[in-house]
Design a protein around this ligand. Structure first.
Ligand SMILES: NC(=O)c1ccc[n+]([C@@H]2O[C@H](COP(=O)([O-])OP(=O)(O)OC[C@H]3O[C@@H](n4cnc5c(N)ncnc54)[C@H](OP(=O)(O)O)[C@@H]3O)[C@@H](O)[C@H]2O)c1
Length: 363
């Protein structure tokens, strides 16, 4: 990893004090990315770190086995880890909690008036919880009013599964312009996606594991919510059919996936598809949010790209790369996409979501 930190600051940052935030699950794989990305964030300041009772009471430097290739930020190192469930001073919480505890904990803090911006799967399919991907569905924030009404002010927004993130961004311009009828995706997912203790080296080195528990189900439903509509009352899912096959492979970061799809109407030319992907932009680019990539989708013309090691860090890990766009013998179009799973697929996505909330006056 070279440069993952939000490089562009906006005039907004000069005017306002940074908002204090807490990271739930701060010691984990996604939690450490949050700590890293927050170090120089122009709008948010890391104020509290929260983890399990195994870590609570320790200095963050002692509790977190820091494994990122930038130095552990000094201010974060000195924070004392709080136990999950404790009273927090921050009103904006980022969650990288293990799914076994995320559901109740996020609910707990939202019901105490906090804005919880989560990576975990637990609330993603909630009837009034935005599954936010700001380039695609910033208008889904309309659902927050519903949550606030029932929760007394607090709310939860989530980002998608890490592979879903790459898939949804890569196909959004095609869905918007031509409509997608059916889609098949096969993923090759990096080991960091399983968390620090997820896959042992002896299990994955010299190997591919053709099963990731619960992953295919998420990839088959989440894009339909993301690409669907909020009609003011409920989410209306995009009608496409998706079939997913997921594999764990011995790369460290970056989920690669091959995609074949059939459109609903007239079949576009390959050049039209490339143009649609290259010119795709959304609300984060219009608002120049600090974590927004200038170009969310990088279209690569080289025959052997994208590749995880070479392409995952584009635009500080926030851009999705798409290559090998070509006709499909069975469906209409096929292509290869790559997403940095712990940045665009997790912590970076949550930061972008929170930036959108701030820009829309929802914090
Ligand atoms: N890794 C990815 O690429 C990725 C992408 C998208 C979404 N996600 C989701 O993000 C979440 C975190 O994933 P991860 O890969 O960062 O996992 P991880 O490395 O295993 O970290 C889990 C975090 O949860 C905390 N935790 C575990 N059990 C707890 C308990 N009983 N009470 C309080 N805290 C507890 C851990 O604290 P201790 O250190 O104190 O145990 C740690 O901070 C998961 O829900 C995952 O599905 C991950």
């Amino acid at each position: 990893m070279t440069a993952t930190l939000p490089a562009e600051t906006s005039s907004r940052s000069a005017r306002t004090a940074r908002i204090p935030v807490a990271v739930l699950g701060a010691t984990g794989s996604v939690g450490q990315r949050f700590v890293q990305l927050l170090e120089h964030h122009p709008w948010f300041r890391l104020h509290e770190v929260v983890a399990s009772e195994r870590s609570a009471g320790k200095r963050y430097a002692d509790a977190a086995d820091w494994r990122l290739d930038t130095l552990l930020p000094k201010d974060a190192a000195a924070l004392t880890v709080k136990n999950l469930g404790s009273e927090l001073e921050s009103r904006l919480l980022f969650s990288g909690l293990d799914a076994s505890v995320a559901g109740d904990a996020e609910e707990h803090y939202a019901s105490r008036g906090c804005a919880v911006v989560s990576n975990s799967k637990n609330h993603r399919m909630g009837a009034d919880v935005p599954l936010l991907l700001p380039e695609i569905n910033a208008d889904h924030l309309g659902a927050i009013e519903r949550q606030r009404a029932r929760r007394g002010g607090g709310y939860i927004v989530t980002n998608s599964n890490c592979s879903t993130m790459g898939l949804a961004l890569a196909i959004a311009p095609i869905e918007r312009r031509w409509g997608i009828d059916q889609l098949h995706v096969t993923t090759m997912q990096a080991v960091s996606g399983a968390g620090w203790n997820g896959v042992t080296s002896l299990a994955i080195l010299d190997n591919v594991i053709p099963y990731i528990s619960g992953e295919e189900e998420k990839i088959e439903i989440e894009p339909r919510k993301i690409l669907g509509a909020w009609d003011g009352e409920r989410f209306v899912y995009a009608p496409m059919r998706i079939s997913a096959q997921t594999n764990r492979v011995p790369t460290i970061d970056g989920h690669l996936m091959t995609i074949s799809l059939a459109v609903r109407g007239d079949v576009p030319t390959i050049d039209d598809v490339k143009d649609a992907l290259r010119s795709f932009k959304g609300v984060p680019q219009e608002l120049e949010l600090p974590s927004a990539p200038r170009q969310p989708i990088h279209v690569l013309d080289e025959p052997d790209r994208p590749q995880p090691r070479l392409d995952r860090d584009r635009e500080r890990g926030m851009a999705v790369s798409v290559g090998r766009i070509r006709p499909c013998n069975l469906l209409h179009i096929r292509m290869v996409a790559l997403v940095h799973n712990t940045i665009r697929g997790a912590a970076g996505a949550a930061l972008l979501n929170a930036e959108l909330l701030e820009a829309k006056g929802l914090l």
